[in-house]
Design a protein around this ligand. Structure first.
Ligand SMILES: O=C(O)c1cccc(O)c1O
Length: 545
């Protein structure tokens, strides 16, 4: 199959190379170079296990050989759904060494989401844990495999941990062990080109199931490096990965990749509790971490216990959803750190407040673009730029912002302007300093503490419940989550309660975080003048907090 990928023009590419943004180096080659430059430094820590750069490089070779034994090679897509353990990165770099393409699934994804990713990506393999968070991923993969059938692309399921009896699942450990040490991969990266797609990220999505975001070696390493520069990372930096590694924020803003590119150390936290994190901060001398807003009050409370020495921690990033200004003001003093607000998107553009920004900008804005070549337009409903200070939709293009989603040509025609700006759907105000304040969004998506829920996807599934005849999922302001989701339903007979609805959606294979927080029965859904469901009117019907 030939396919044309929407990408940057030759002139733009030349400009980004000339500016030094794109360096023409693949991730597989970068790891090799890091092993040569600082092989003895610690790259990765997971509990009692640690890997130097040289060991991580060798491990990537081993994993690559095992994966190659399964027939995986350059350009092949592999869905990776792993929790915050070192194996995520061992698999990730093993794939990079082959020029294969990891697809970042989220830990909460279930049969519908994983099945969709496998189909759209044409994935040849999935890598999952045996069990995680009281959920059996082998069971999930049995379902996915059965659904894909013999005609599908899926050929292998690799399980980290116990693969279970007799399913043809490949144990990750055997994959590593069986790889003969002498038959090393001939290349650092399977012959991949830096302009190739290095990984596929997921969009928050508004139009149903997640879309895949192609990120190239050139653009994604610039994403990580530009963020690392703003955060002043160097070889002494120690990054604690608290949020899921599959999330762009924790992976490359600057996160894991930015830290490794600076020669620092990545520590993975198995859970996001402040107790777990603070113990790791003390033990490993963590300097930087990133959080979503719902975690912030817990982290503040635990710091107040006075039992932890957080002296090494210098910067805490908060992003993924709107951070209440009051929490922003308390966080820095409570932990003795510099706070950085992060507003970004897996599609590209990352905004960060700067470490030396005055407190008011740090607490009341969501930062400004990391690259001088990020182009930001704030436009009205007709696509005309609005003056600074006026709210409008954020459009953007630049050296690390996608020019088209993966294999959805129809959608790409409207998701971008003719001159290649991505229509983010976020509504922002720009200040004269260039800092952005996020005021909302025009897209029909609920941001529940950083987990993005596409309303239409949930609505479609609600309608499969026998008692529900019409449904609208609406985001309403919430103290803890920023937004919580409320399902307004029109029913015949008895309306299902919130638990029954959650069970029904789970039954349908939907990730648990997409279940509505509340179910409200209404006689009918109100409509706007043009006949769309009037979600603003529905939100008004709720009692005020
Ligand atoms: O939602 C965000 O703010 C965000 C921040 C950093 C990176 C991302 O991918 C994001 O979606």
């Amino acid at each position: 199959m030939t396919e044309t990928r929407r990408t940057w023009s030759e002139a733009e590419s030349a400009r980004y190379r000339a500016a030094g943004h794109w360096q023409g180096v693949t991730f597989g080659a970068r790891l090799r170079a890091s092993a040569a430059a600082h092989g003895g430094r610690v790259a990765l820590v997971d509990g009692e296990r640690r890997w130097t750069y040289a060991e991580l490089d060798t491990e990537a070779d081993r994993v690559a050989r095992g994966l190659r034994g399964l027939g995986i090679g350059r350009g092949d897509r592999v869905v990776v759904q792993l929790p915050n353990r070192a194996e995520f990165l061992l698999v990730w770099f093993g794939l990079q060494r082959l020029g294969a393409v990891p697809v970042h699934a989220m830990p909460g994804h279930r049969r519908r989401e994983i099945g969709h990713l496998v189909r759209v990506a044409g994935a040849v393999a999935c890598v999952v844990p045996d069990r995680h968070a009281r959920f059996d991923h082998r069971e999930l993969m049995r379902g996915v495999r059965a659904e894909q059938g013999a005609g599908g692309s899926l050929r292998h399921v690799v399980v980290v941990g116990d693969p279970g009896p007799d399913e043809g699942f490949v144990p990750f450990e055997a994959l590593r062990a069986e790889a003969p040490a002498e038959s090393g991969p001939a290349t650092d990266d399977g012959g991949a080109d830096a302009a190739d797609v290095a990984l596929l990220l997921l969009s928050g999505g508004t139009t149903g199931l997640p879309k895949l975001i192609p990120r190239t070696h050139d653009d994604y390493s610039y994403n990580a490096r530009a963020c690392a520069e703003v955060c002043a990372l160097d070889a002494r930096s120690v990054y604690l990965a608290v949020l899921p590694l599959g999330f762009n924020f924790a992976f490359a803003c600057p996160g894991v990749l930015g830290t490794l590119m600076a020669g620092g150390t990545v520590v993975v936290a198995p859970d996001p509790s402040p107790q777990t994190a603070y113990a790791l901060v003390e033990r490993e001398g963590v300097t930087l971490t990133s959080l979503t807003p719902p975690l912030v009050p817990h982290w503040i409370d635990e710091a107040a216990s006075g039992t932890w020495d957080l002296g090494s921690l210098s910067v805490v990033q908060v992003g993924g959803a709107r951070l209440p200004e009051d929490h922003a003001r308390k966080l820095g003093p409570a932990l003795g750190v510099t706070v950085q607000q992060v507003f970004g998107m897996a599609e590209g553009l990352i905004n960060l407040t700067r470490l030396d920004d005055p407190e008011d900008l740090v607490c009341a804005t969501q930062g400004r673009p990391v690259s001088p070549d990020d182009e930001v337009l704030v436009v009205d409903a007709d696509g005309r730029p609005v003056p600074d200070g006026t709210a409008g939709e954020l459009l953007t293009r630049g050296p690390y912002t996608l020019r088209g989603y993966y294999r959805v040509e129809e959608h790409n025609r409207t998701a971008f302007t003719p001159d290649g700006h991505y229509r983010s759907g976020d509504v922002v105000r720009r200040l004269p300093s260039g800092h952005l304040v996020v005021v909302g969004r025009i897209k029909d998506q609920i941001n529940r503490g950083g987990e993005k829920v596409a309303a239409v996807e949930v609505e479609e599934q609600l309608l499969t419940h026998p008692a529900i005849t019409a449904a609208a999922l609406v985001g309403v302001p919430d103290e803890r989550w920023g937004e919580r989701s409320v399902a307004f339903v029109v029913c015949t007979g008895t309306a299902p309660g919130v638990r029954e609805v959650a069970a029904h959606l789970r039954e349908r294979g939907l990730a648990g975080y997409k279940a509505p927080d509340e179910v409200v029965r209404v006689p009918a859904l109100p409509l706007t003048a043009v006949g769309k469901v009037d979600k603003a009117a529905l939100a008004q019907e709720l009692p005020r907090p």
